[in-house]
Ligand binder design. Structure first.
Ligand code: FEO
Ligand code: CA
Ligand code: CA
Ligand code: CA
Length: 598
């Protein structure tokens, strides 16, 4: 219970109705303006977007596709007070994946584009992946980006990066281009992420398997060790991207270890455009969705991360060393040395973190683990053996900076074999938001502890339904306040939770953003703030430090059945017949300039 003096302001905005149309919608009294769109030139020499004449060279100097995670870093660097930091900063943006049939003419769906895609289009896709760092500024109440800022950066499939931690240099990370197993080109599937207090960003590598070709069985003779590994990631699905047809490293039969160099958490310094991204292997290899870093003076560094796959696990990394603010960026080395745990949820509301340590319990050569590198490369298989709890697809995870309670978005799972208290629905089409409670009172929790408590914060779906479909929310949630398929999360500076969705169209309405208190009488009373254009999901909600700007990433507008480049279901945000729908970042402010939400 939060006492009145420290209680966050009430959420007083007027809710928007749920609907499904071609435009975005925000609560009355707010402005939602498009800030950055796919194809906007962001580096010197960048060419104005021309969808019909797009090239890989142009794309590599333009804003990428399918914006996902957003992080805001104030300028000037290190400034933490005053108002300037809220008007000027760097926006870090993940570009998760590409939709060829909405980017190029002539394809009607995934399968069609996979069959017909050419080399230039593949290279455009590779240049549209990764990440953008963009200088942004608010002037006269409106945000814009600085076109040729010295900070602006594109990270793509060509960007060199380094492996670090226990698996760096491992035999199973070595390739013909990198016999040392420590140097990688590019990052992919960058979904959500996290930030560190020393001014770096963490970007998660999620669905890397869609960017590789080949079937695990092709490795049975040459690399038998990798058959189980790639089968566990369900490789062998060639429908999505066809990079392997033009670039050998993306075919597992040609380069058996390349796909072991993806699926990691990647850290880099957005303030230094020359900084080399680092893949931290100690955090394990899976379909990382996001990362929530808890850094407290003199204590181990903790990073929570979820693996977004059906019946996959929630993980936590705890460093062996301790965080010291005065060490600044040198704290990054804490990610190289520590213990990775997988979560087991008990039905009585308790839970335990199970350590993934080579040689302990079942993690031995008899079960195919010869060292800690193997445990990290195959951390899903290690967690299977330890008896971690299979979850209903762990999407984003984030820790409320005010209370230290950690929230994980479980988006859905319709093929669960056995229900349990934390995943209580067998055909769960709607998802749930779970609260993880490290031991201790609010504000003084021990995130390094082996035990935890948990609670279901929200069971998503319609609270009016009279069946397992029924959702559960805080008392007073309106008919517009319930949602389906939670995915991304942000906390505002007052500790209020903002929950974004992906796939609500299966419930008959747009994806969008809902806000709630996490404590007090209005705990889990969910309110509808923003709605996406049809086909889009809402990613990356992110506040400026003053809580007066909320950035959101509108991902894959018009991505729905029957929608194509030539005939999309919406041409958001340009609404110009010669411009395809464009994933875009939107800046939301209040017309009266006050704090968002209250
Ligand atoms: Fe990229 Fe799990 O969403
Ligand atoms: Ca997504
Ligand atoms: Ca997601
Ligand atoms: Ca999702």
């Amino acid at each position: 219970v939060v006492d009145d003096a420290s209680a966050p302001p009430r959420l007083s905005f007027a809710e928007i109705p749920r609907m499904l149309d071609g435009n975005h919608h925000v609560a009355a009294g707010y402005n939602a303006e498009v800030l950055l769109s796919w194809g906007d030139p962001v580096l010197p020499g960048g060419r104005a977007f021309d969808a019909a004449a797009q090239t890989a060279a142009a794309q590599s100097r333009q804003f990428g596709y399918n914006n996902d995670f957003l992080a805001y870093f104030p300028l000037p660097a290190g400034k933490r007070s005053g108002s300037e930091e809220d008007q000027h900063g760097l926006l870090c943006v993940n570009h998760e994946y590409t939709n060829a049939y909405l980017m190029f003419p002539g394809y009607s769906n995934w399968r069609d584009s996979a069959a017909g895609i050419n080399r230039e289009q593949v290279d455009i896709e590779m240049a549209a992946h990764g990440h953008s760092v963009i200088e942004v500024r608010k002037q006269n109440g409106h945000w814009s980006f600085v076109e040729n800022s010295r900070f602006n950066r594109r990270i793509t499939m060509d960007t060199p990066m380094r492996m670090s931690g226990p698996a760096a240099g491992h035999q199973r990370l070595r390739t013909s281009a990198d016999p040392g197993g420590t140097r990688v080109l590019g990052t992919m599937g960058n979904c959500a992420g996290g930030v560190t207090p020393w001014g770096t960003v963490l970007i998660a590598e999620e669905n890397f398997r869609y960017n590789f070709g080949g079937h695990p069985e092709e490795l049975a003779e040459s690399h038998p060790r990798e058959v189980r590994n790639y089968a566990r990631f369900r490789f062998g699905n060639h429908e999505r991207r066809q990079w392997y047809r033009f670039h050998e490293r993306f075919h597992i039969a040609n380069e058996a270890h390349e796909a072991n160099r993806f699926g990691w958490m990647v850290e880099f310094d957005p303030y230094d455009p020359q900084s080399e991204p680092v893949k931290h292997t100690a955090l394990g290899r899976c379909q990382h969705e996001g990362c929530s870093v808890v850094a407290e003076e003199g204590r181990p560094l903790v990073a929570y991360t979820g693996d977004d796959g059906i019946n996959e696990y929630i993980y936590k990394f705890v460093s062996n060393g301790t965080y010291r603010k005065d060490k600044g960026k040198r704290n990054s080395a804490l990610f190289d040395d520590g213990i990775l745990y997988a979560a087991r949820f008990n039905d009585d509301g308790t839970g335990r973190w199970l350590p993934l340590i080579f040689g302990q319990g079942p993690l031995t050569p008899e079960n195919g683990f010869n060292d800690q590198g193997d445990v990290l490369i195959d951390c899903r298989i290690a967690a299977d053996l330890l008896g971690a709890t299979p979850m209903d697809r762990p999407e984003d995870i984030d820790t409320n900076p005010l209370t230290g309670r950690t929230y994980v978005m479980l988006t859905k799972n319709t093929v669960r074999e056995r229900t349990d208290a934390v995943n209580p629905r067998q055909k769960n089409a709607w998802g749930q938001v779970v609260e993880i409670l490290a031991p201790g009172a609010d504000g003084q929790r021990d995130h390094a502890a082996l035990e935890f408590g948990w609670d279901i914060f929200i069971l998503a779906g319609d609270p009016g339904k009279d069946s397992t479909a029924r959702g559960q929310y805080g008392a007073g949630t309106s008919d517009d306040g319930w949602f389906c398929n939670p995915d991304n999360i942000a906390f505002d500076p007052f500790g209020r939770i903002w929950m974004a969705t992906d796939s609500s169209n299966q419930c008959g309405f747009h994806d969008g953003l809902w806000a709630a208190q996490t404590a007090g009488p209005e705990r889990a009373l969910s309110r509808h703030f923003f709605g996406c254009p049809r086909g889009a999901e809402l990613c990356g909600p992110c506040f400026t430090p003053d809580g007066k700007t909320l950035f959101v990433a509108i991902q894959h507008p018009a991505d729905e059945k029957g929608s194509t480049y030539l005939n999309p279901s919406t041409r958001w945000p340009d609404f110009n017949d010669s411009v395809p729908p464009r994933p875009s970042v939107v800046a939301i402010t209040r017309a009266d300039g006050k704090v968002i939400g209250s």
